[in-house]
Write a protein that binds this ligand. Structure first.
Ligand SMILES: [Zn+2]
Length: 207
């Protein structure tokens, strides 16, 4: 009993500093994609989603199930090549590999080939994801920048900023809008002389 309590306390104390765990596709028994398209790195955007359905998961077993459910929805029901997101992040504090860093996703039309799409598993319209889940989102993005998959001057967007959807939920959207790299709607269009063109798009440094 005492050992358990001690370990638990130690975990809490170091929770903030815990290492990023990215569960590979084999770890959640992903079905192979029916096709893949390579994506050039580093990408300029990170797009945040919530799953809405399935609901939040808090154990690796439940989060594995959530990833499988999303892959079934996207691949079997929608007829897509694979789960749409680049990564899922669970309430168990793990990140789960979807299409990964270097394959075009299916999560945000016009941005699929220039972004990493992260699904924060759960319904975040009214509630904020737990701290460990949000920390994992931060760590996953930081890892992507460090390894050259994401541009250092990337812009973070909520799904609702690029299409008509309530995703990633009001509460999560409010949260990410306070994050350092949060991008303002329309910024991309302005910076490209009003023309939407994924290939020609580039950022101007703000300062
Ligand atoms: Zn979304």
């Amino acid at each position: 009993m005492y050992t358990f309590l001690f370990c638990f306390a130690a975990f809490l104390a170091t929770g903030q500093m815990s290492e990023l765990v990215v569960v590979p596709r084999e770890g959640w028994h992903a079905r192979p994609p029916t096709a893949t398209e390579p994506m050039a790195n580093p990408v300029p955007f990170v797009i945040t989603h919530h799953s809405y359905i399935p609901p939040a998961c808090h154990t690796p077993e439940a989060c594995v199930q959530s990833m499988q459910t999303m892959q079934d929805m996207h691949q079997l029901q929608n007829g897509w090549n694979d789960i749409g997101y680049s990564f899922g992040v669970g309430g168990d504090g793990n990140a789960y590999e979807g299409r990964g860093w270097s394959k075009v996703g299916a999560h945000a039309p016009k941005y699929n080939n220039i972004s990493i799409g992260i699904c924060v598993i759960g319904d975040w319209t009214k509630e904020l994801p737990p701290e460990n889940q949000l920390n994992t989102v931060h760590k996953l993005i930081a890892f992507g920048v460090e390894k050259g998959y994401i541009r250092e001057d990337y812009k973070l967007l909520g799904h609702r900023q690029v299409r008509d959807t309530e995703c990633p939920g009001d509460r999560l959207f409010e949260e990410i809008s306070t994050w350092e790299h949060f991008g303002v709607k329309g910024e991309r269009r302005q910076e490209n002389n009003g023309v939407e063109d994924n290939k020609l798009f580039f950022f101007k440094h703000k300062s």
